[in-house]
Write a protein that binds this ligand. Structure first.
Ligand SMILES: Nc1nc2c(ncn2[C@@H]2O[C@H](COP(=O)(O)OP(=O)(O)O)[C@@H](O)[C@H]2O)c(=O)[nH]1
Ligand SMILES: [Mg+2]
Length: 350
């Protein structure tokens, strides 16, 4: 299975992605094995409000890369409507369009379980496509909240898509995703209001919007923006505003050019490793949090947890004391289940 995947076998790829999506036990074993073969693809995140034309754009971006004989893996994540609506249907149509082209692989990820689970599944899905040898991986996600922002942060180049006429405000500002945009796209440039939307975005950038003068730093697992003065040897990346019409491919050459320029910027200034380090440390803390919570919930019996909730209600325990109590219960429970080595260690310590 691993060999087939590394050779880019499509059936192995589809199966691996299903395991990842379902959080199957086999997924973890596979991911451990393929990890050394990852880190080669360039990941593009495409985000924006529903209906802005993300899927249509991803489609034409993929066509452009294919014309250069570069391969493309696509993951479409739609946390808002996993089983209903046009998203999945649209992706079916799209898949048919690329059918028979071994250089494109498209997968829709449905939401099962927590949003934390979704960003984990997306990251793992990216690694599966990466190991299978795709040059580019495009992740399409609805920009609606923090969890989507987290998903987008796994990308090397983030494209935020706007469209005129979706509301009075620029959607991305509301969702707080402007700050993570490397490239801003005003799609549906054939519609009236496109110029106004582009002007609004440019004005925001010129006003010194955080995106134009800050960089993110990783601090104890959280990303914080820091202000940075321009340096002679490393100019700031100012997100370009690109106008496109996804349905007839206008502006797509400019968009691809912006993506290429952004990738070159990161290479030229040797930022790749530093940014990857940030992404990995954030992922580490996220996974640690998820694993610790799962372990505690697994080992501590339900009635103990309920009793702690009762104590919270009765104001006998403060919330942080409740957490400490749960962790103590977890440690005790583990002691009772007792591996001999553990017990010995405890006695030595005791
Ligand atoms: N007029 C116009 N319609 C577009 C354009 N791009 C996409 N659409 C249409 O907008 C609708 C939503 O597009 P879709 O790609 O599914 O948006 P998504 O929800 O952001 O993925 C579809 O009916 C598209 O055909 C465009 O540039 N101009
Ligand atoms: Mg879509």
């Amino acid at each position: 299975m691993i060999d087939a995947l590394l050779e880019g076998n499509r059936r192995a790829l589809a199966r691996a992605l299903t395991w990842v999506e379902n959080d199957d036990d086999r997924a973890q074993a596979l991911l451990n094995e393929i990890y050394p073969h990852t880190g080669r693809a360039w990941v593009i995140g495409v985000t924006g409000a529903p209906g802005t034309g993300k899927s249509s754009l991803v489609n034409v971006i993929a066509h452009s890369f294919r014309r250069r004989e570069e391969t493309v893996g696509i993951i479409a994540v739609d946390p808002t409507s996993p089983f209903t609506g046009g998203a999945i249907l649209g992706d079916r149509i799209r898949m048919r369009e690329h059918a028979g082209d071994a250089g494109v692989f498209i997968r829709s990820m449905a939401t099962r379980g927590s949003l934390g689970g979704l960003s984990k599944a997306t990251r793992d899905g990216i690694r599966v496509l990466d190991a299978a040898g795709f040059d580019w991986i495009i992740v399409e996600t609805v920009g609606a909240g923090q969890s989507e922002v987290d998903i987008v942060r796994t990308a090397q180049t983030t494209v935020v898509v706007e469209a005129p006429g979706l509301g009075d405000d620029v959607q991305a500002i509301k969702a707080g995703i402007m700050e993570i945009a490397d490239i801003l796209v005003v799609n549906k440039a054939d519609r009236s209001g496109a110029d106004q939307t582009a002007r609004t975005l440019k004005a925001m950038l010129e006003l010194g919007h955080p995106a134009s003068r800050t960089e993110m730093i990783q601090h104890h697992g959280q990303i914080l923006p820091v202000e940075r003065e321009p340096e002679a040897d490393r100019p700031l990346w100012i997100p370009p505003v690109v106008r496109t019409i996804a349905t007839d491919e206008s502006g797509v050459v400019e968009l691809i050019d912006a993506i290429d320029r952004h990738r070159r910027y990161i290479h030229t200034h040797e930022l790749g490793r530093q940014l990857e380090r940030q992404r990995l440390s954030i992922e580490l803390v996220e996974r640690l949090r998820e694993t610790v919570v799962a372990r505690v919930v697994q080992t501590v019996p339900d009635h103990h947890i309920m009793r702690i909730v009762d104590q919270l209600l009765a104001r006998e325990l403060a919330p942080q004391q409740a957490v400490d109590a749960l962790l103590t219960l977890h440690d005790d429970q583990k002691g009772q289940l007792g591996r001999p080595a553990d017990t010995q260690h405890r006695e030595t310590l005791g």
